[in-house]
Design a protein around this ligand. Structure first.
Ligand SMILES: *Cc1c(COP(=O)(O)O)cnc(C)c1O
Length: 376
């Protein structure tokens, strides 16, 4: 059994993917060109925003925004404590200070009450200047963007939606990648929409910002890349990845998002009353980058994972360490008691195999293994 079955997806779309890649090679147009332009237009349309700017990966997508917004030393950026390292890394990379905020136990996403407290604390201390909130759509579920938007307006902060795991999710029909001042996603192979290497994208309705990002990602280009008007980086999505993504985006829209939600329903029906299953609030749609259950304590979680492994069922702990405990942030001196929920989640969560091609027999055997273990 695969944790995320990319082989099943490839075998279904082998003809389309192979010929899309071959066409790029035939044309020997490996950077930019029609594959990338088409993809950007389709992604912007799908998310319901004016601009999509593709780039090298999801981390760079966020870094480019930090550059565009001139985030620097002395600035405070609010980031959930329960996320992939990247979300905090890009803040420190610019010399700014990541202020980690505890998450909501049910949704795994940033706790908006604690967020507002953290903002007020920074304002009162008068050392750092609050600048940006980076809510993460963790495991595919959009963060509480309605409340985050209210807080951002109240304190005059920018919002960067980190939708690396969130592509395809929505709140009352409004799609992930359309929240905040700008949003980013990742096309790392295991994400909801993945390519065959690294890739990422930025989404925004802001014309000026889009223009600036298009310059920053190509060496700060002016009228062309040999006219350089600012210091930038080299961060492009290559044409082969765009060609693969054009095929996969069609599959994602046609059936994959729906199918992964069918797997969610099936899992949740079968695991209800045995373990704590993921919560999807009213009006929200998750793209289920992960299907994450909660166990009673670390011993139970670790023993279940060992039992699943024995039965050939892969599972992964996302995430084993809170951001505030990462060695890279040692010098920042966080107060561990501010992160009660994240500390608990890191000990009790377990992500099960999850993808649109997971069949009912596999869900049944996963259920049986978990039930036999919990009710032993
Ligand atoms: C994967 C991920 C990223 C980074 O994306 P890359 O394409 O791997 O650079 C950022 N944030 C979150 C929450 C992620 O899961």
């Amino acid at each position: 059994m695969e944790f995320r079955d990319l082989k099943a997806q490839y075998s279904k779309y082998k003809n389309e993917i192979d010929s899309a890649i071959q066409e790029v090679i035939n044309n020997t147009n490996f950077i930019g060109g029609k594959e990338v332009n088409t993809l950007e237009q389709r992604l912007a349309e799908y998310a319901g925003v004016k601009h999509c700017i593709t780039c090298a990966n999801g981390t760079e997508a966020m870094t480019l925004l930090m550059m565009a917004w001139d985030i620097r030393e002395g600035d405070a950026v609010f980031v959930p404590d329960f996320t992939f390292f990247s979300t905090g890394e890009i803040v420190s990379f610019r010399g700014a200070t990541p202020i980690f905020v505890d998450v909501d136990r049910a949704t795994f996403n940033i706790d908006t009450i604690k967020l507002e407290k953290a903002i007020n604390k920074v304002i009162n201390e008068e050392i750092l200047t609050p600048k940006v909130i980076i809510p993460v759509d963790l495991f595919g579920l959009p963060a509480n963007h309605i409340e985050i938007d209210r807080i951002a307006k109240k304190y005059n902060l920018r919002v960067l939606e980190d939708a690396a795991q969130g592509f395809g999710g929505s709140i009352d029909g409004k799609k992930a990648c359309s929240f905040g001042d700008a949003a980013t996603t990742s096309f790392f192979p295991a994400k909801p929409l993945g390519c065959y290497g690294d890739g990422g994208a930025i989404f925004t309705n802001d014309d000026k910002l889009a223009e600036l990002l298009n310059s920053l990602k190509v060496h700060g280009k002016g009228v062309n890349k040999y006219d350089n008007v600012r210091i930038g980086v080299n961060s492009r999505l290559d044409s082969i990845q765009a060609a693969v993504l054009n095929v996969k985006l069609t599959a994602f829209i046609d059936h994959e998002l729906e199918d992964v939600n069918k797997v969610h329903k099936l899992y949740t029906e079968k695991l209800k009353g045995i373990v704590e299953t993921p919560v999807v609030p009213q009006g929200y749609v998750s793209s289920f980058a992960q299907y994450t259950i909660k166990l009673k304590n670390m011993n139970e979680r670790d023993a279940l994972q060992a039992k699943l492994r024995e039965e050939g069922i892969p599972s992964i702990v996302y995430y084993i360490k809170p951001m505030h405990m990462q060695g890279a942030f040692n010098q920042l001196k966080y107060d561990d008691s501010d992160f009660e929920v994240t500390n608990e989640l890191c000990k009790t969560v377990l992500s099960l195999p999850m993808h649109p091609y997971l069949c009912e027999e596999d869900v049944n055997s996963i259920q049986k293994a978990i039930k036999d273990f919990i009710w032993k």
